[in-house]
Design a protein around this ligand. Structure first.
Ligand code: ADP
Ligand code: MG
Length: 253
């Protein structure tokens, strides 16, 4: 069994069917990038995995634990008890396009918050972890700064450190560099690349094609709520078979 199994996911917002039948299996240590046009359901798909959205149909299993499934013959997905869903979601770290740091907290407080509140860790327990994470993203010297005093690239590196502070088994990135000025994307992409080199399991929604090609084990092209093509970076970027993939890649040049 794969580490993450998302089977036949369907998600509607009212009458709008955003995910039509999306399946993704990935192993621990794998890096999967999701590319595709705006509005194709990429963010919704990630948000369903970490339970920021509920699915209508399908199945999500993480490390053998079922978060949600759809009984045969049933038209509705059934979630596991809330405690089990929460336990599964705690294994995931999510990084958003717009950082979503707590604006009234310093960089250090942003890192300490979730381990303290969610895991009940003591400040002196989490402090060495916070220090090593902030050093790793090159921002220990900014520990007492507030988010408003940081550049976009620095904010995003704090957001990555904050997600890592929960010691996740899988990291989800939703267009982590889309809100950044071009000269600031490199520092964030390097941080993500470093995680890939350390074998972190990751799903990355991105418009950075060169980065997706470099960092991914597998690339999914999503359009209109369907995975149109799924392959190695070489297959998707050099030898795409689907006409939609081809025209999307052309449009990104
Ligand atoms: P992508 O990330 O690929 O750009 P999204 O997953 O954000 O696509 O959105 C897919 C579609 O779902 C879009 O048409 C969007 O407007 C719609 N959508 C996303 N979130 C909601 C929501 N909370 N309520 C209604 N429609 C939504
Ligand atoms: Mg999106």
């Amino acid at each position: 069994m794969s580490f993450v199994e998302m089977n036949h996911i369907r998600k509607q917002f009212g009458s709008l069917e955003v995910l039509k039948d999306v399946t993704l299996h990935m192993d621990a240590g794998e890096v999967v990038s999701i590319i595709g046009p705006s509005g194709s359901g990429k963010s919704t798909f990630l948000r369903c995995l970490c339970q920021l959205e509920t699915i209508n149909k399908g199945e999500i299993i993480v490390d053998g634990q079922t978060m949600v499934s759809t009984p045969a013959g049933s038209s509705k997905a059934v979630y596991a008890p809330a405690s089990q869903v929460r336990a599964i979601c705690r294994r995931m770290g999510m990084v958003f396009q717009h950082f979503n740091l707590f604006p009234h907290m310093t960089v250090l407080e942003n890192i300490l918050e979730a381990p303290r509140v969610v895991k009940g860790m003591k400040t002196d327990e989490i402090m060495p972890i916070a220090e090593s994470l902030l050093k790793r993203v090159g921002l220990w010297s900014k520990k007492d700064a507030y988010p408003s005093q940081l550049s976009g690239g620095q904010k995003q590196r704090v957001a990555i450190a904050r997600a890592l502070a929960m010691n996740p088994d899988i990291m989800l990135f939703d267009e982590p560099t889309s809100a950044l000025d071009p000269e600031l994307t490199g520092e964030v992409l390097r941080t993500i690349k470093q995680l890939a080199d350390e074998n972190m399991t990751m799903i990355i929604v991105t418009h950075e094609m060169a980065f997706a090609k470099e960092v991914s084990d597998r690339v999914l092209f999503m359009a209109e709520g369907i995975v149109q093509e799924d392959g190695t970076p070489d297959q998707i970027f050099e030898h795409p078979e689907n006409e939609r993939t081809k025209s999307f890649l052309q449009s990104m040049l």
